[in-house]
Design a protein around this ligand. Structure first.
Ligand SMILES: [Zn+2]
Length: 164
């Protein structure tokens, strides 16, 4: 192995370990609570309601593989609902092809999602989740198209598409 590389790795590993310890409590707090009492299910209740894949995304803030969702290529008119509680989150007229491999929107239906900052990749990112059941949907970035300039990068497994 190249001596420079091995030395750099030797320094980086302890730094990453320390950062992980510091940010771990924030990850524990990352799971969002439902705003509506009737959607405030326990972990086991959610497990019973959802597929294992959707549970991992919605309740454990997982991320599906890029280009794995059929909804990435969905071009029909319709509404994208939360896969956890069926709240309408996005309209097809705000959907666009971001090239990232995840269904992307430049705006959400008003009041349907809430945001919080997470540190899962150390760098702060803005996580968003369903405003009713608290289910994790994706992350929102400031590199989207006009007029909003936003890019809602959504997991397809967290959505249910209802064509018009
Ligand atoms: Zn929901």
């Amino acid at each position: 192995m190249n001596q420079f590389l091995s030395r750099r790795t030797f320094i980086l590993i302890p730094i990453m370990s320390i950062l992980k310890i510091i940010f771990k409590p924030m990850q524990v707090l990352a799971s969002s609570v439902a705003s509506k009492e009737e959607w405030n299910f326990s972990k086991d209740e959610w497990k019973a309601r959802l597929s294992p894949e959707s549970f991992y995304i919605l309740r454990e803030e997982g991320t599906e593989r890029a280009f794995s969702s059929q909804l990435n290529n969905e071009k029909r008119k319709g509404i994208f609902h939360c896969a956890g509680c069926d709240l309408p989150l996005f309209s097809s007229d705000k959907k666009y092809d971001s090239g990232t491999g995840w269904p992307s929107f430049w705006d959400s239906i008003k009041g349907s999602v809430e945001t919080k900052v997470d540190f899962k990749l150390i760098v702060p990112r803005t996580e968003y989740h369903c405003s009713r059941c608290g289910g994790h949907q994706g992350h929102v970035f400031n590199d989207g198209p006009l007029p909003s300039g936003k890019r809602y990068c959504n997991n397809g497994l967290a959505l249910r598409f209802v064509p018009d």
